[in-house]
Design a protein. Structure first.
Length: 641
């Protein structure tokens, strides 16, 4: 396992619900902020930066029915030294107590620093590049820090223990390294609890649970790289509802752990799960953890959490299922490299849930969903998708439903529209399959590179406008019938935030004719006030702006201007003023025969028959042009700079 990125900033975790309530994704984002009653400052521990974890054997003993919550366990960790080491430090809550640490049969000395650390003294200097294994035995009452990292609650009178460690709660219930960028190659989890309960964790049960007296030990193996925050545990009186998914040879079980009182009511919702998995596999690739399982575990927190191979869920709304499942491609397999890149997790999961609407409910529902997101995005004039360093210390901002979720999702919709479906989805397939990213970490630049590779053009302007900078445009589009088979479109734009001078983007419009005709046209807009002459299949009687809602834009209009075609008005010179080449704009149905240029004294200074002509040799000042066509002669003037 290679450590690709390291968080070098302090994450101030103020898990409070943001005052945002505009779109469907808001409730998911709000839940993922992890509400809390106090402000905590948690930093990626620099004392854990000198080693790389490759394997954990996690042995936990819990009892949901006990009077108070408590955990005891043994954590066996194999790691590789990244530099010469005399000590090794683990993240561990002060409330937990270690009884012994061993390396093989040798007992090691250790200290609990009082700073949520366990510091172990190695028997000798461990050289960089060498591996070792330590075994930590511990117990204690995990702290009530409001993060939901280790909770003991009830449902319908029955007890349950569940965990939720994102982003820095793993240390509350086991000694770990909770740097989000150190994925463990594989884990084995052994959960011992009273035998009447069912235990849940990542991966698959490799053997049947072992009964010992009144207790039962359940063993799970997970053989894919996983960060500490995605390792999970739940224990309760679950009913198990099993389904299947995948296409041979990549079939796998869907194992759902459901409260008995809810099972009958949620089965129809759960039956959407294999259909969504099939859709994602068709659009992207086979389920990334198909050698093990997919599934859900019901738990007592108000949202969902994409624990690898088993999403913990408060309910089974189709869109919540789709969102948490989507994370298994974008978040669990390829994980955002820093909190600044959080949209690579949340924007993608939101958009994948939108694709479920598109494919299951049809275009009208998809358009309505996108309109809801656009309305929310443009409710404020500013807001960037890629976070600044300062923003990446604020959980409300990291999990902003308006920006990380909805704007992130709509940016993907715009990229899809700009690139076309074939290139867009191929670029995402390549991104997921990249061996430098798969089961590792990615940044926004990695995504851009993969999309550019299939598009064949730079996307720097797009990423600068829509991801790194802020705001959105407001378009004003005027159309004019411009002779037989042509229309002239004039596009103007204002920007909501000064960070972007102009949003360059293909602009979709829908035109209508008197006989009920309809056609969709894309205007490749790059400058303000741009005039685009476009072939049209009929005389336009009305025009709509972006009817399929591909663009983030606010209060935009598209109107039909003067419908009486005027040939004199249809012919124009640009640029004007000019210093080099002038272009004659005219309907393609007209034939240019000759142009004659006169200076301000009326002297003829040029004559030719080209629609583009150079004026670089002319003197500065006003000049007059006679444009002779098969339809007549038209008189224009221009200024030579």
């Amino acid at each position: 396992m290679k450590k690709t990125y390291l968080f070098l900033f302090c994450l101030s975790i103020c898990f409070v619900f943001a005052q945002e309530n505009k779109s469907r994704s808001h409730s998911i984002a709000e839940a993922e902020m992890k509400s809390a009653s106090q402000l905590m400052s948690v930093q990626v521990n620099p004392n854990t930066a000198n080693y790389d974890i490759t394997y954990h054997k996690l042995e936990f003993t819990v009892n949901p029915g006990a009077t108070t919550k408590f955990i005891s366990g043994k954590v066996t960790t194999t790691y590789t030294a990244l530099s010469n080491m005399n000590t090794i430090t683990f993240d561990m809550a002060n409330e937990l107590t270690v009884s012994s640490v061993k390396k093989g049969t040798t007992s090691l000395t250790f200290t609990e620093s009082g700073n949520n650390e366990l510091v172990i003294t190695l028997p000798s200097t461990q050289a960089a590049g060498t591996s070792a294994t330590v075994e930590i035995t511990y117990s204690g009452t995990p702290p009530n820090n409001g993060m939901g990292s280790f909770e003991k609650t009830t449902h319908n009178g029955s007890p349950i223990i569940w965990t939720l460690s994102e982003p820095f709660g793993a240390r509350d219930w086991w000694p770990c390294k909770q740097d989000l960028n150190d994925k463990i190659d594989s884990i084995d989890v052994y959960i011992t609890a009273p035998s009447q309960y069912v235990a849940v964790s990542n991966g698959i049960e490799t053997t049947a649970p072992v009964i010992s007296g009144t207790n039962k030990t359940t063993h799970f193996h997970h053989g894919y790289p996983i960060p500490a925050y995605l390792i999970c545990m739940a224990v309760s009186n679950y009913s198990v509802y099993t389904q299947s998914a995948g296409t041979p040879p990549n079939t796998y079980p869907i194992i759902n752990y459901i409260y008995p009182e809810d099972l009958a009511a949620v089965q129809s919702d759960l039956d959407q799960t294999p259909l969504i998995l099939d859709l994602y596999e068709t659009l992207f690739e086979v389920y990334p953890f198909h050698n093990e399982k997919y599934g859900h575990a019901e738990f007592g927190w108000g949202g969902g959490m994409e624990h690898t191979t088993v999403s913990f869920m408060v309910g089974f709304d189709r869109q919540l299922i789709a969102h948490e499942m989507g994370h298994h491609w974008f978040g669990d397999k390829v994980t955002c490299g820093t909190w600044k890149d959080i949209w690579l997790n949340e924007g993608f999961a939101t958009y994948l849930a939108d694709l479920v609407i598109e494919n299951f409910d049809g275009d009208a529902a998809f358009v309505a969903d996108k309109q809801s997101m656009i309305d929310y995005i443009v409710s404020s004039p500013s807001g960037n998708v890629y976070l600044t360093d300062a923003q990446a210390t604020n959980v409300d901002r990291i999990f902003s439903s308006r920006l990380s979720y909805d704007k992130g999702a709509m940016v993907l919709e715009m990229l899809r529209f700009k690139l076309g479906d074939a290139a867009f989805f191929q670029g995402l397939k390549n991104y997921l399959a990249d061996p430098n990213l798969a089961y590792k970490y990615a940044t926004t630049a990695n995504l851009q590179s993969h999309l550019e590779a299939v598009y064949g053009q730079s996307l720097t302007e797009f990423f600068n406008d829509w991801i790194y900078n802020q705001g959105y445009p407001t378009y004003t589009i005027t159309a004019q019938n411009w002779g037989t088979g042509q229309a002239k479109f004039t596009i103007n734009q204002t920007q909501s935030d000064a960070s972007v001078s102009y949003f360059e983007m293909p602009v979709p419009v829908r035109i209508h004719g008197a006989g009920g005709q309809q056609a969709d046209i894309v205007l490749n807009n790059t400058t303000n006030g741009e005039v685009i002459i476009q072939s049209v299949p009929f005389q336009i009687t009305s025009i709509e702006f972006d009817p399929e809602r591909h663009l983030i834009a606010a209060n935009s209009t598209a109107t039909l201007g003067n419908q009486n075609f005027d040939m004199d008005s249809a012919i124009a010179l640009y640029p004007n003023p000019a210093s080099d080449v002038i272009h004659i704009q005219m309907p393609t149905t007209s034939i240019l025969e000759k142009i004659t240029v006169y200076n301000s004294l009326g002297q003829k200074v040029m004559e030719n028959s080209n629609i583009d002509f150079s004026v670089s040799s002319l003197s500065t000042g006003v000049h007059y042009v006679d444009i002779q066509t098969a339809d007549g002669t038209y008189h224009k003037k221009f200024i030579k700079k």
